[in-house]
Design a protein around this ligand. Sequence first.
Ligand SMILES: Cc1cc2nc3c(=O)[nH]c(=O)nc-3n(C[C@H](O)[C@H](O)[C@H](O)COP(=O)(O)O)c2cc1C
Ligand SMILES: [Mn+2]
Length: 482
Amino acid sequence: MESDVIYRDLREFIEQVEALRVLRRVNGADPRFEIGGITEVAAGLPECPALLFDNIKGHARGFRIFTNATTTPQRATLALGLDPSLRPLDALKAWMDRRQRLTMHKPVAVSHADFMENSAQGDDVDVTRFPAPYWHKQDGGPYIGSGSLCIMRDPDDGWINASIYRVQVHDKTSVTIQFDHQGRHGAIIAQKYWDRGERCPVAIVNGPDPALFIAGFEYLPAGQSEYEFAGAIKDAPIGVVAGPRTGLPLPAHAEIILEGELLPPSEATLPEGPFGEFTGYYASEKRPCPVMKVTAAHWRNDPILLGSPPMKPPRFHFGLPFRAASIWGNLLSVGVTDVVGVWQHVAQLMTVVALKQRYAGHAKRAALIAAANSYMGRLIVIVDDDVDPSNLADVMWAVATRCEPAEQIDIVRGAWSSALEPRIAPEDRARGKTSHSKAIIEACRPFAWLDKFPQTSALSAEDARSIEEKWGSTLKDLPAHG
Ligand SMILES: Cc1cc2nc3c(=O)[nH]c(=O)nc-3n(C[C@H](O)[C@H](O)[C@H](O)COP(=O)(O)O)c2cc1C
Ligand SMILES: [Mn+2]
């Protein structure tokens, strides 16, 4: 059965990346700033390669780190099991369509755990054995968890949450887990244990496969497990084995597992961060953070850590804006018609919806739904259907030519952001304010005189595509799509 699956584990995904000839192997890099630096420079190249680091300075050969896994549209598409040659907006649409009717697969217990090839318990645990980079120059410490899942069980209903929260290494048996805000499922679950005066059992899954990585980033309803969503991406259940310490179900093919307990903050906290964030800033300073006492570590032979450091935009963990796909799905689910595309730019800080306006207020209706679900995004832009939302130049052309600011920009105040927000005034931050305002920019032709708006002189997308097909080889160096 596993032979049909899109990839068995992270290793098999790396083989697929290598087959596309976009893997680069890096030997001898230093986990203090160098691995992070190489990853960032590579992510700025027009064709960003995926990187597999080995012979990492100060660590045993074979203890590897894989970065820029899914940062290009091609590899994000591959990770979904879709055709990696699809154009980015077509790939996102294919994913959005599939996402709307996914079949969840409950994880299944399997008998063999690859991660039990090596194991240390109690006093033998030493988290510093694993290479954990200092990703950016001003980081407060090394992070083992940048692309790792935190597994917890809800004590009331027993459902398993498995999402990504960063994990800083403090000493051999202490790491911290950072929640951006108290609405994170992990934060809600931990609080339930703490309210009962208990420690929260937790496991960190390092080196998840890309389906788990993508699932760990999705906004799913509380009660729905990211494991089931990852199973849906793979169209096969995730095989799990109970962790010997926590009993938590853990992906059998994961690379490195840490098991332990998240201590109530009344018992202990450690100063966490700062950590270079996906906005391109250090917005939150060192803050007291929940501590996980690591009571067991398990790892495969020659384990591979999946590293996904946040970097200054437009670099982002995913080469396709997966949250734009969920907003696109939200719009369809509530009955907004004629949406031709949704995209996010600036590392999801700007959401663009393209639609064919059919009635007055149509654009604003879509904008308000998109605004409500744009985490930390200040800019919501609505464009007409002749504008490619994935093309930033096209979008800005629409903003500059179709939006009359005095009439077509609205401001929504007190909206969803987080402590990572760089533009909260120091005094507001000190008071714990984490909300911001969002601008809704209607960069579409005014509905009232849609037909009178000047015609564009540009080729239609279809005309451009057929010219490309016929003449593209003559026009050497012509971008594949523009
Ligand atoms: C690479 C990466 C790192 C992330 N780091 C954090 C983090 O440190 N803290 C956090 O609260 N969310 C972080 N997130 C976002 C959450 O994983 C995401 O919002 C997820 O949907 C939360 O899941 P939950 O709804 O189960 O809480 C990160 C996402 C990615 C892709
Ligand atoms: Mn969740």
